[in-house]
Design a protein. Structure first.
Length: 248
């Protein structure tokens, strides 16, 4: 785990250093390619090559650089730039926090605490999901917190671009794919649902019936999703797109 953290820190530092230069470098490379193509043709003309040679050269470039190929090239460049500047994998359903998982096992509000350390005033909704299920960003925003969140276990928190909303994904995988300060887009995959049991957390008070440390106050794999509007907790279903959800 320490090795992965060091690796991620090195990659993040390298991206931070290179990020300001990526777009200029790509633009320069494209311009150089265009200039080389033009100067190649002009060289033939200025050296009084036969007309047939010029036609052959022009035909070569016409064959080599078809419109579809050019579009494909620029699309790949854009995808690369978008990835460097925070764009990640995108979910098909951008309006729900866990991709493909719609079973709610506990709603917002008063409830009976399911395990020791869990609150009787449920601050969000619990979405049943298997370990590794993808977590989806539901609004454009910025990652404000990534790490251990006590009863919430490993947690990712994002603030919306307008600063009105903050939403948290609890009981995540500790193998984070986003970092604090990173800009994320609606629909972007920001992490995965974590395991029930986690190890290596200092003074973790949460245990299962066998005495093994758990990913916060949890009895199994799921995503506890909370939303704050202007600092106040609200029912996440107030802002999530209406859909047919299942009640376990």
């Amino acid at each position: 785990m320490l090795k992965n953290k060091v690796k991620k820190a090195v990659v993040s530092f390298a991206i931070m250093i290179l990020k300001p230069f990526i777009v200029p470098i790509i633009i320069i490379v494209i311009l150089l390619a265009i200039v080389c193509s033009v100067t190649d043709i002009l060289y033939i003309a200025f050296n009084h090559e036969e007309e047939s040679n010029i036609k052959e050269e022009l035909a070569y470039y016409d064959t080599e650089y078809k419109r579809d190929e050019a579009k494909s090239f620029f699309d790949s460049v854009w995808d690369f730039v978008e990835k460097i500047f925070g764009g990640g994998d995108m979910a098909k359903d951008a309006d729900w926090p866990v991709e493909g998982q719609y079973t709610i096992t506990s709603y917002f509000g008063k409830r009976d605490a399911p395990t020791a350390g869990a609150s009787t005033m449920h601050s969000g909704i619990d979405i049943a999901a298997t370990e590794g299920s993808k977590l989806v960003c539901i609004m454009d925003g910025e990652v404000t917190s990534v790490g251990w969140g006590g009863a919430g276990g490993y947690t990712i928190t994002i603030e919306s671009t307008d600063g009105v909303y903050k939403f948290s994904y609890c009981h995540c995988s500790p193998e984070f794919i986003v970092s604090v300060g990173q800009t994320v887009k609606k629909g972007e995959i920001i992490g995965k649902v974590g395991p029930k049991n986690v190890y290596g957390v200092t003074n973790n008070p949460y245990k299962d019936s066998n005495g093994n440390p758990t990913n916060g106050a949890t009895t199994g794999c799921h995503c506890h999703f909370t939303v704050r509007k202007n600092g106040e907790l609200i029912d996440p279903l107030e802002i999530l797109k209406e859909r047919e959800v299942l009640v376990a």
